[in-house]
Design a protein around this ligand. Sequence first.
Ligand code: HEM
Length: 429
Amino acid sequence: SFVIVSDPDIAKHILRDNSKAYSKGILAEILEFVMGTGLIPADGEVWRVRRRAIVPSLHQKFVTEMIGLFGKASGRLCEKLDKAAAEGEAVEMESLFSRLTLDVIGKAVFNYDFDSLSYDNGMVEAVYVTLREAEMRSTAPIPTWKIPIWKDVSPRQRKVNEALVLINNILDELISTCKRMVDEEDLQFHEEYMNEEDPSILRFLLASGEDVSSKQLRDDLMTMLIAGHETSAAVLTWTFYLLSKYPRVMSKLQAEVDDVLGDGLPTIEDVKKLKYTTRVINESLRLYPQPPVLIRRSLEDDMLGEYPIGRGEDIFISIWNLHRCPKHWDNADVFNPERWTLDGPNPNETNQKFSYLPFGGGPRKCVGDMFATFENVVATAMLVKRFDFQMAPGAPPVEMTTGATIHTTKGLNMIVSRRTNPPVIPISR
Ligand code: HEM
């Protein structure tokens, strides 16, 4: 049995006011094979120590530096789309967004170039095998992977194990190379430490000199890789789906982007001026929250509003329900970025009284919210500046399949056309 929460006050109670009385429960059990005791599944003391170590690594200077990385990766996607536009072929955007965000997060978290937009290598395949397995385990009715003999003989499980060995070996190698670089460097560690050649989160964590095992570090890197990859890919997928359905919003978005962006890569000043683009992302996250549910388990008896619950209750906080509830939102199912003023604060869980939780809330709120928002704003702005996007004629209807994030069931097939001929593609390398 489990309880579904769709009430903002109760969500606030669980996530913020009484957060100590809840653990990640079933989520930690499912993700253990890939994230170990990384920050998302971790609870208790491990979580407290790792959260304190990781949050400072995403400091303002780092996030600002990342805007260049977002621009370069989006530039590579523009090159790819330009070819498709020239040939008039339909493109499956969801898989391209997945590659874009994989390239971004690999570089940002551990300075690894997946370059998955250019070609497939073993590591790219290994990441996808692992992600698909995590998704399967979160929705499978019977946990076959726990059956002792099955897990050794099943070809699927063997493939998953091989993928994990490959990823772990590469992560171990990156950690030891990075350790050597840190030992050789003169730069003193300070609050906004950042090595210009390797601004990654891994570099920060190692330079901070904290006493952490390689296994824990690997778990944290793997957690951030997954947390920052699928989520942003899903946000971009649903944003472009919504834009194709709401041409009025697309025109207004393109007008802002044409006004703000030049031909080069966006800067932090540009991103700050892209206010409507930011609202488009905020609103896309309202209609398609990634993940659509937050998972908790009660560690003691508690009251959820007027309802008593016992210890060990599994709880799903439905962000989907909260974000589409007509009690809290006018025309709840309509994509309307104008519901928030351009000059007002960015909507978040606090100013929307827990009716809006795109990045969760309370002590376990997402550590990558700023990073992810800028990434999505830069990618969206650069793409719509150069191309128009329409659903491909004859493409299957876009339906949802939900795992950790909301996917399309059969892809997002679009026709991409150049807005200027030829479009200006920023230098990407
Ligand atoms: C946690 C959403 C991008 C790292 C969360 C949570 C949400 C979320 C809703 C709360 C989970 C819970 O309470 O159970 C998103 C969305 C993203 C995004 C929508 C992109 C649009 C990122 C990125 C990173 C990241 C880019 C890393 C650089 C994490 C981590 C946690 C987390 C480590 C766990 C924090 C903790 O438990 O202390 N994210 N995230 N996320 N996110 Fe994100």
